[in-house]
Design a protein around this ligand. Structure first.
Ligand SMILES: Cc1cc2nc3c(=O)[nH]c(=O)nc-3n(C[C@H](O)[C@H](O)[C@H](O)COP(=O)(O)OP(=O)(O)OC[C@H]3O[C@@H](n4cnc5c(N)ncnc54)[C@H](O)[C@@H]3O)c2cc1C
Length: 294
């Protein structure tokens, strides 16, 4: 039996990953797997482990820079249809991990349930958002996460409750696990009020971030006890700095945008230039928020 016998319907070989990332950058995945249910997901993990094939999970690739050379092993992407559903209960919503964060946010607002609306303008899936505790100065997703259903590296499926979950700035203790479902705690509120708040927050974001360009959001974390990374990069006069097709956004200096044809190396080199320049000028070492796959 070969690696994915019986799973041919959900496995593609040498699938280019650029189209699955916001940056539009990324070479082929040796195996690209789109499980439609948890049984298939379990089988994929087990087969990968039995055959020493490394696996990774991708959401909407909104926080990823992937090598043009591609990725060895399996890149798993939960099927959006099967892993996209949500269900509202009294004071919560339970949502499958491939659901876009924006979709559950809009539904919550319509239902008059508050908690997610301050995360407006953050692209990606629910799974990706919870894994790295997505957020902004307005809120973060870990605060409202009641529990997550995960599959671990042994293929075991279980639920992790709030006391076992640890969320920090763009970080959680959910490692080597695939999130398949999340329950968020919400609070009843007036739908019109929530809609207004969501729109106002979105306008603030839209005016300060290049939301319609190809990017991966903030490249660096804000260094503790220092000015925000974007301000440091701006003060280092790097806005508009370009290498190949990659440019430091002139709207928000902590964003690198793909102006067309940017390669993995263009972005990597620009990251190095930013880091070095900020270090030389201010003595601050910037830590990546962006995740690099190579
Ligand atoms: C224009 C723009 C604006 C942005 N603004 C913000 C912002 O304000 N705040 C913010 O926090 N981020 C922001 N981001 C970054 C990005 O939107 C978030 O990091 C988002 O949560 C990534 O979700 P994703 O599904 O695309 O995950 P991916 O980028 O695909 O993956 C990110 C990480 O999550 C893991 N992952 C994905 N799905 C799962 C899963 N089901 N189970 C376990 N792990 C998983 C991946 O393995 C990877 O480690 C922005 C990005 C863009 C392009």
């Amino acid at each position: 039996m070969n690696l994915f016998t019986g799973l041919e319907e959900i496995v593609t070989e040498n699938e280019p990953l650029a189209k699955y990332t916001w940056f539009g950058i990324g070479g082929p995945a040796e195996f690209f797997v789109k499980p439609k249910n948890e049984d298939q997901l379990q089988t994929v993990i087990t087969r990968c482990n039995e055959n020493n094939v490394p696996w990774r999970i991708i959401g909407q690739g909104a926080n990823l820079l992937i090598s043009d050379k591609g990725i060895k092993g399996a890149v798993i992407k939960l099927d959006e249809q099967s892993f996209g559903k949500m269900e509202f209960n009294n004071h919560s919503v339970t949502v499958r991990a491939a659901c876009p964060l924006g979709a559950v946010m809009r539904e919550s607002v319509k239902e008059g349930m508050s908690g997610l609306e301050d995360l407006v303008g953050i692209p990606g899936t629910v799974g990706g958002a919870v894994k790295n505790n997505a957020g902004s100065k307005f809120a973060d997703i870990g605060t409202i996460t009641a529990n997550v259903r995960v599959i671990d590296n042994n293929g075991t499926i279980y639920t992790r409750e709030k006391p076992d979950l640890n969320f920090e700035y763009r970080k959680s203790n959910i490692a080597d696990q695939i999130i398949t479902q999340v329950t968020f705690e919400l609070v009843p509120d007036d739908p019109n009020r929530l809609l207004t708040r969501m729109k106002e927050t979105f306008i603030i974001k839209k005016n300060s971030q290049p939301l319609s360009s190809r990017s991966a959001g903030c490249i660096f974390k804000n260094p503790p006890g220092e000015k925000p990374a974007g301000m440091l990069i701006d003060r280092a006069c790097l806005k508009g700095k370009q290498i190949g097709g990659a440019m430091v956004s002139d709207r928000h200096a902590n964003f690198i945008v793909n102006r067309g044809g940017a390669t993995f190396d263009d972005v990597r080199k620009l990251i190095d230039v930013i880091r070095q320049t900020v270090y030389d000028k201010f003595g601050v070492e910037l830590e990546l928020e962006l995740e690099i796959w190579e």
